[in-house]
Design a protein around this ligand. Structure first.
Ligand SMILES: Cc1cc2nc3c(=O)[nH]c(=O)nc-3n(C[C@H](O)[C@H](O)[C@H](O)COP(=O)(O)OP(=O)(O)OC[C@H]3O[C@@H](n4cnc5c(N)ncnc54)[C@H](O)[C@@H]3O)c2cc1C
Length: 433
């Protein structure tokens, strides 16, 4: 008789968790997938939802729908609150426990407000679908408010502040600039949109610090051309409900502050009792397990995984998806009695959209640099690959990309809440589209 196959508990249905569970399912391994949400969210497109260019249903998919053809994968919606690496057991908020022969922790990250007074209360982060919807709602509310009473502009109702000039901040600023120039005026014809101001703030001297010098100046020029005010070498001292107070003492009246200032590991990371690196990420060995617990894997944004040269791999969807698949390969290697392999990341490059059809991309291991429409095409290709790894359906994304490059985007989404409606009650199949 065959040996019973080992079971695997996976925490987190993001790129890493889904990537791992899908590979294991192909070999009929029993997987329990736990996530606080019953859907997977495609984070790289959150700001398109926030600025009403895409509907929620375009970037989220029920986890049970993703695994509907894989009978060995069980999805549970649950908040994991504790973890015991020795017994490979996790405990959920409602007191249930789940134990696996293997445990895979892939719980992502959370926003880091760096203890900036008022930021967690009054700034909107952009890390989850709920965040994107909250941001979109605030944007629509403010535009409606000004449309009804233009004097609100003097109180900063059309001043939009983005904190952090990394890819998320730059992409959000670019998308807001597009919304201000191209989407809002089509729906709100009497509104004096020329008085809208978008500020992108960073304490560093450049935008997109991880990119090349040429990309810094290209991106800064494009953003400024699109009407984004760059406030570099400037910190944020405090966020209040009505303004942002800057490190140089200046203040910006505003009712919409987007926090793209940084991320940190989730609380669960500390529960492991392991060494934590930058941003609280859990240090892993090259095979993606943690020291002393060869059947406990930590992957994706939550992990501090060394690249071949010893530097930590970046927090990217492509790293998370590949690490998820690699983890499954190593678990299957144990089952087959072969050797595990150290994780080897195939560098897909780094890229960011700047708005108005422009993008920067540094492709492949040698970071070959592309700007403009070529970079946008590369961005579209890599993200279609990423999306197909978890969602399978990339049609809405590609059609958005096509419209975007042709400047033919929809003008009706901002005041069309029905399009954003989704019924998460149907957990058995695809979301309503
Ligand atoms: C706005 C934005 C834009 C981005 N753009 C890009 C891009 O263009 N290209 C790119 O490659 N990367 C991009 N990234 C980064 C990329 O999205 C992340 O690196 C990737 O999502 C990490 O995958 P993960 O599986 O580790 O975590 P996640 O995708 O964050 O998944 C973690 C999952 O764990 C669940 N979870 C967390 N804690 C618990 C708990 N206690 N109990 C139960 N469930 C829990 C969450 O609900 C979530 O589903 C972007 C990120 C953001 C925020």
């Amino acid at each position: 008789m065959d040996e019973p196959k080992p079971s695997v508990v996976v925490v987190g249905g993001g790129f890493a968790g889904v990537g791992c569970a899908k590979e294991l399912a192909k070999r009929g391994i029993a997987v329990t997938l736990l996530d606080r949400n019953n859907y997977h969210q495609f984070q790289p497109l959150l700001y398109q939802v926030a600025t009403a260019e895409l509907a929620m249903t375009d970037i989220a998919r029920p986890l049970r729908g993703i695994f509907k053809s894989e009978p060995t994968v069980r999805v549970h919606r649950a908040e994991v609150t504790d973890v015991d690496p020795a017994s490979r057991t996790v405990t959920t908020a409602d007191g249930q426990t789940f134990t696996g022969d293997y445990l895979v922790l892939a719980a992502g990250s959370q926003p880091n407000f760096f203890r900036t007074p008022g930021a967690s209360d009054h700034a909107l982060p952009l890390y989850t679908l709920e965040h994107a919807i909250a941001l979109r709602r605030r944007l629509v509310e403010l535009v409606e408010e000004v449309d009804a009473d233009p004097s609100r502009i003097d109180q900063g109702a059309l001043n939009f502040v983005i904190v952090g000039a990394g890819p998320t901040g730059v992409e959000t600023a670019g998308a807001l600039a597009d919304a201000v120039k191209q989407v809002i005026p089509r729906s709100f014809r009497d509104l004096d949109i020329n008085r809208a101001r978008i500020y992108l703030i960073d304490h560093g001297p450049v935008v997109l610090a991880a990119f090349s010098d040429r990309a810094h100046s290209y991106t800064a020029d494009k953003l400024e051309h699109n009407g984004v005010h760059l406030l570099l070498k400037t910190g944020v001292k405090e966020v209040t409900p009505a303004k942002v107070i800057l490190s140089d003492g200046n203040e910006i009246l505003t009712r919409l502050v987007v926090w793209a200032g940084g991320i940190q590991a989730p609380e669960l990371a500390a529960k492991l009792g392991m060494e934590q690196g930058r941003g609280g990420r859990v240090a892993t060995l090259p095979d993606l397990t943690v020291d002393g617990f060869p059947r406990v894997y930590v992957i994706g944004d939550m992990a501090n995984t060394p690249d071949h040269d010893g530097t930590a791999l970046p927090q990217l969807g492509s790293v998370a998806l590949q690490a998820g698949r690699w983890t499954a390969m190593n678990i299957l290697a144990d089952i087959d009695g072969t050797e595990r392999k150290p994780f080897h990341y195939k560098d897909k490059g780094i890229m960011a959209m700047i708005g108005d059809g422009a993008a920067v991309a540094e492709m492949g291991p040698h970071h070959h640099e592309l700007h403009g429409h070529m970079a946008f095409a590369a961005w579209l290709g890599v993200h279609a690959w990423l999306m197909s790894g978890v969602h399978q359906r990339v049609d809405a994304f590609l059609s958005w990309g096509w419209d975007f490059i042709g400047s033919a985007r929809s003008s009706s989404l901002l005041d069309d809440p029905e399009r954003a409606r989704i019924d998460w009650g149907d957990e058995s199949g695809d979301a309503e589209r």
